[in-house]
Design a protein around this ligand. Structure first.
Ligand code: CTP
Length: 401
């Protein structure tokens, strides 16, 4: 289990154990996590922002404003995070967290956090045992903050006992444990295609369609968030996945899309083809721009390869799903496509219903499985729809493995 691709926001406060954060950051990066560091002024007395910036490969934020008086957006930082770790957590910051005091960048990020928050307290023996500390830790627990227990050993004061910050390795093990259930697709390979295809007529013209690629890109992102190793074959689209781990292969024509999907298919576990692939392409592509002449122009069109159908014929262990975008007879046409293309399930959506289909940010889908069972979903944002689809695929995998 690792923290690969997880966004970790590390908040450092001013305890002697802050020096261990250099090692903690190194371990996080080694696991493939993306790390950003925020630290209090007093933490800077124990470890430098420069060291942490080099190790985390990211700028370290120490104040609400940087040296050029630009505002450091703590809300955006907190939103970016999949997990926030506060290590070390001093008695002072613990008391601030417990009461909502917000007087530095670390406390501001804590209050803004939407992700899981983990704290690794550190203090001297008597401070750690003080009832106030215990009470404050209880408040944090009630507020859904996870406490990484302090460890026993020699303390900075010379006293021996509980109060040492958990070792970086133990912090990572603790945090990883909480992610395990969130990453059901770790080790799985997923192939998604998205967007339109452009079929060239001549060097300046093409036949295309209105697909934006939003739905498929959102699906790729959600699979990556579930821990999968995702390849996204993307037609001409301005959309980009937000998850950096997604391997994007840009293509233009149906033939290029087929070649890329075909190459990735054998090693994939789950394949979701959402692209609006052209069904026909010009029989010939003119090398030169076609000039306007008297009278009309007729283009001869030939069929493209049906990517989904071809992969359906090769299907072995893969869970294979497609989309059906229809203007009429949605469910019947979608059911036909399940058997024709040898699918495990199909995502049916209407091209004409308000809020569905191309170009909009929302979608309303029905998933139909190969036994013709229907699962209806409400109108939602494409990101939320993507979550439903990924959730469906995860359950499908669980029951069909
Ligand atoms: N598809 C594909 N290759 C094609 C055409 C379609 O892989 N050349 C896939 C799409 O990505 C989608 C599914 O097939 O997942 C259904 O596409 P759709 O356009 O709805 O259906 P078609 O099979 O093209 O049939 P029709 O256009 O007549 O509805």
């Amino acid at each position: 289990m690792s923290l690969k691709n997880k966004h970790i926001l590390l908040g450092i406060t001013g305890g002697i154990a802050a020096y261990k954060c250099a090692h903690l950051v190194r371990l996080l990066i080694k696991q493939g996590a993306l790390v950003k560091v925020v630290m209090t002024k007093s933490a800077e007395g124990f470890v430098t922002a420069k060291t942490l910036s080099v190790l985390s490969k990211s700028e370290v934020v120490t104040d609400f404003f940087d040296t050029n008086n630009n505002w450091n957006n703590h809300v955006a930082l907190a939103e970016w995070a999949d997990a926030m770790i506060i290590a070390p957590l001093t008695a002072n910051t613990l008391a601030k967290f417990a009461t909502g005091i917000c007087d530095n960048i670390v406390t501001a990020c804590y209050l803004s956090a939407r992700s899981k928050v983990f704290v690794a307290p550190t203090m001297d023996l008597d401070m750690y045992q003080h009832p106030t500390t215990a009470n404050n830790l209880e408040v944090l627990k009630k507020n859904h903050t996870f406490i990484i227990p302090a460890e026993s050993g020699e303390l900075a004061s010379g006293l021996v006992g509980e109060g040492r910050m958990a070792e970086p390795e133990n912090i990572i093990a603790f945090v990883s444990h909480y992610f395990e259930n969130d990453l059901p697709l770790i080790g799985k390979k997923v192939l998604v295609n998205a967007g339109p295809t452009y079929e060239a007529i001549d060097p300046v013209r093409f036949i295309g369609n209105r697909s934006s690629g939003k739905m498929g890109v959102a699906i790729a992102d959600e699979f990556a968030k579930a821990g999968a190793d995702v390849t996204l074959v993307l037609g001409p689209s301005h959309q980009k996945p937000t998850e950096q781990s997604v391997n994007v292969i840009k293509v233009e024509s149906a033939q290029e899309m087929f070649t890329a999907c075909n190459a990735a298919f054998a090693t994939s576990d789950v394949v979701i083809l959402s692209a609006a692939v052209a069904d026909y392409k010009p029989k010939e592509i003119s090398d030169l721009k076609i000039k306007k002449k008297e009278g009309d122009l007729t283009l001869d069109l030939i069929k493209t390869t049906d990517i989904l159908e071809t992969l359906g014929k090769q299907k072995k262990h893969q869970v294979l799903a497609g989309f059906a975008l229809e203007t009429n007879n949605l469910i019947d046409y979608a059911k036909e496509k399940i058997s024709k293309k040898n699918l495990d399930f199909i995502v049916a959506n209407s091209a004409t219903e308000t809020g569905s289909g191309f170009g909009v940010d929302t979608n309303k889908i029905t998933i139909i499985d190969k036994h013709n069972k229907l699962y209806n979903f409400e109108l939602k944002s494409k990101q939320e729809v993507a979550k439903d689809i990924v959730h469906f695929a995860i359950n499908y995998l669980k029951t069909h493995e």
